[in-house]
Structure formats: structure tokens, C-alpha cells
Design a protein around this ligand. Structure first.
Ligand code: THU
Length: 132
């Protein structure tokens, strides 16, 4: 299998963003997760008229991957119009599986704004080890 570059993962997130259902915020988000075995799962934000049930792109991608049996991730790319950063809920949910994963924040044109890690985005995070 060919290895997935950062730009490939950003491109997958942009592709994912095209299905965003965002009539209330008009804020389009795409995310793409790279699994430990080299597969890519993309997702978009999906909004609700009652707002609270809205799901972010990161969790859409994560739930797709986890529901197909994946538990370890190398990286996630998130794309928005402004290179925005994952919300706290998504940080926590991704931290559950791979706190060390690389995080690429880019815009919808594919320009990289920041490369970081999930542990940097959620320092001193509460993780599964806390319940051991
Ligand atoms: N959103 C995401 O998809 N990911 C984030 O990390 C931040 C926010 C979505 C939720 C909502 O559909 C829109 O962006 C505005 O908050």
C-alpha cells in the first residue's frame, strides 16, 4: 500500500467536507483520519435544527472508523475556511484512542495552517488509563 502523505490526508478531508450538512452555521468542516494500518476515513459536520445533536466532522470520521474496527490512528486532518481547530468534545473523543496522533489543520484550499499533536491540544487529558 502506498503511504499516505500529509497532503493526501488533507485532500481526503477536503473531499469529506463536500458532504457537510451545515445549513445553520454555514461553516463547512471536513476531517480525515489515518488508521494505524494505513486506511483513511473521512467525515463532515452534520447539523440539526435543534442544534444540540449536531455532530462535528472529526467525530463523524472517528465513528465511521471505530465502527469498522479501527482503534489506533496515526493522524487526523481537519479542514475549515479558516484553518480552525477541533472543539473540546472532539479532542476528548479522539484522545480516547490515540493521544499521540498528529493533527493537521488546514483550510478548504489545502493550505496547512498548523501541524501539532492531540496531546498538545489536550494537555493533561483524562484518558482510559485513569480508570485502571
Ligand atoms: N464543527 C466541526 O465540525 N468540528 C469542530 O471541531 C468545530 C465545529 C462544526 C459544528 C457545526 O456544524 C459548525 O462546525 C459550527 O460550529
Amino acid at each position: 500500500m502506498d503511504s499516505i502523505s500529509d497532503q493526501d490526508l488533507i485532500a481526503a478531508a477536503i473531499e469529506g467536507s463536500k458532504n457537510a450538512y451545515n445549513p445553520y452555521s454555514n461553516y463547512r468542516v471536513g476531517a480525515a483520519l489515518l488508521t494505524a494500518d494505513g486506511e483513511v476515513y473521512a467525515g463532515c459536520n452534520i447539523e440539526s435544527v435543534s442544534f444540540t445533536p449536531t455532530v462535528c466532522a472529526e467525530r463523524t470520521a472517528l465513528f465511521k472508523a471505530v465502527s469498522e474496527g479501527h482503534r489506533k490512528f496515526e493522524a487526523v486532518a481537519v479542514v475549515t475556511r479558516d484553518g480552525g481547530s477541533p472543539c473540546g468534545v472532539c479532542r476528548q473523543m479522539m484522545f480516547e484512542f490515540s493521544p499521540g496522533m498528529k493533527v493537521l489543520l488546514a483550510d478548504l484550499d489545502g493550505n496547512l495552517h498548523l501541524t501539532t499533536t492531540l496531546a498538545e491540544l489536550l494537555p493533561h487529558g483524562f484518558g482510559p488509563g485513569n480508570l485502571d
